[in-house]
Design a protein around this ligand. Structure first.
Ligand code: FAD
Length: 273
C-alpha cells in the first residue's frame, strides 16, 4: 500500500510550483503508477487536477493537448488525429484510460506506451513549466533524459502536428489484451514515388520509446522498397541493446521490430498515396 504523508490540491500554477519546491513533493496526475505498485511512503503529493490542464485544442498549426487530458479523452475525440486515439486505446483497458493522463505517461517514459510512439512520429513538443517560465522541448529529448527536464519542472501540455492520414501503428503482444512486446509507429509524407519525410518510433526495445533516426534518414528522399527497408532496418536494429523478459526474448524482439517496421512503413506508404 502507498502511504501519503500530505495531500495538496492547488488551484493555481504558482501555488503548485511553490509546493513542488519542497524536497519531498511529487506531482500526482492519474495515479496509475504513483499510487500503485510496491508499499512505500510518499511525502507531499501535489494533485494537478484543479489546474485546468485538461483542454485539447489548436494552437496555431499544432494540436495542443493538456497534461491532465485522460487517455480516454483522446479515444473519444482525437481532434482529427486518428493515430492518437488508436494509440491511446491500445495503452490499456478503459478503467486505466479513464484515469491515466498524457502528462503522466510522458513523465514515466513508459517504454511500452503506444501513445508515446504516436506522439514521437507526430513531432511532439512538450511544454514544461518552471518557476521562472516555460520551456518547450522535443519529446525524444525529454525521454532521453527525463530528470534533466522534470527535476524542477511540471509538464503542462504537449503539441503535435495534427495529421489525419499517412500514419500506421503495428504491435505484437502475447494476447490481445496484454501490453505489447514490440510496437512500431510510422508517419510518411509522400512526394510522388518518393518519401519526402519519414518518422519511425519503436517501443519495447529500450528503457523508453525511441525514434529510429538512422532508418528515417536512409529512407528519406528514396522510393520505398523491401530491400532498402531490410538493409537499413537490419543495421539500425543490430545497434539496439535489446533485453529479454517474461514477454519475449531479445532475439524475438530483434526479429519483430524488423517485421513490424516493414509492415507499418508499407501501410503508411499506401495511405499516403
Ligand atoms: C497495465 C499497465 C501497467 C503499467 N505498469 C507500469 C510500471 O510497472 N511502471 C511504470 O513506470 N509505468 C507503468 N505503466 C504506465 C504508467 O501507468 C503510465 O505511464 C502513467 O503512470 C500513467 O499516467 P498517470 O497520469 O496515471 O501518472 P501518475 O501515476 O499520476 O504519475 C506518474 C509519474 O509521473 C509524474 N507526473 C505525472 N504528471 C506529471 C506532470 N504533468 N509533470 C511532471 N511529472 C508528472 C508523477 O509525479 C509520477 O512520478 C503501466 C501501464 C499499464 C496500462
Amino acid at each position: 500500500m502507498v502511504r501519503v504523508r500530505e495531500y495538496q490540491r492547488p488551484h493555481t500554477m504558482e501555488e503548485a510550483l511553490l509546493l513542488l519546491q519542497r524536497e519531498d513533493a511529487v506531482p500526482l496526475a492519474g495515479g496509475q503508477q504513483l499510487l500503485t505498485g510496491e508499499s512505500r511512503e510518499l511525502g507531499t503529493v501535489v494533485d494537478l487536477q484543479a489546474l485546468g490542464l485538461d483542454d485539447i485544442g489548436m494552437k496555431g498549426e499544432r494540436l495542443k493537448i493538456g497534461a491532465m487530458v485522460r487517455l480516454q479523452q483522446l479515444v473519444t475525440a482525437s481532434h482529427g488525429c486518428a493515430l492518437l486515439g488508436e494509440a491511446a486505446q491500445r495503452d490499456g483497458p478503459i478503467t486505466y484510460r479513464n484515469a491515466a493522463t498524457v502528462g503522466g505517461t510522458i513523465a514515466t517514459c513508459d517504454p511500452l506506451s503506444c501513445l508515446l510512439l504516436s506522439l514521437l512520429v507526430l513531432d511532439a513538443e512538450v511544454e514544461v513549466q518552471y518557476v521562472d517560465g516555460v520551456v518547450t522541448v522535443a519529446l525524444d529529448k525529454l525521454l532521453d533524459n527525463p530528470s534533466r527536464w522534470l527535476q524542477n519542472g511540471l509538464i503542462t501540455a504537449v503539441t503535435v502536428i495534427p495529421v489525419t492520414v499517412h500514419t500506421a501503428m503495428t504491435t505484437v503482444a502475447r494476447t490481445l489484451r496484454d501490453r505489447p512486446i514490440v510496437a512500431v509507429a510510422v508517419r510518411i509524407v509522400r512526394q510522388g514515388e518518393h518519401c519526402d519525410l519519414v518518422r519511425i518510433a519503436w517501443g519495447g526495445v529500450a528503457k523508453h520509446p525511441l525514434r529510429a533516426y538512422a532508418v528515417e534518414q536512409a529512407l528519406s528522399g528514396q522510393r520505398l522498397d523491401d530491400a532498402l527497408i531490410e538493409t537499413t532496418g537490419a543495421s539500425a536494429v543490430a545497434e539496439l541493446q535489446l533485453h529479454s523478459d517474461f514477454r519475449g526474448s531479445a532475439d524475438y524482439r530483434r526479429a519483430m521490430v524488423a517485421v513490424l517496421t516493414r509492415r507499418a512503413l508499407w501501410e503508411a506508404w499506401l495511405k499516403a498515396a
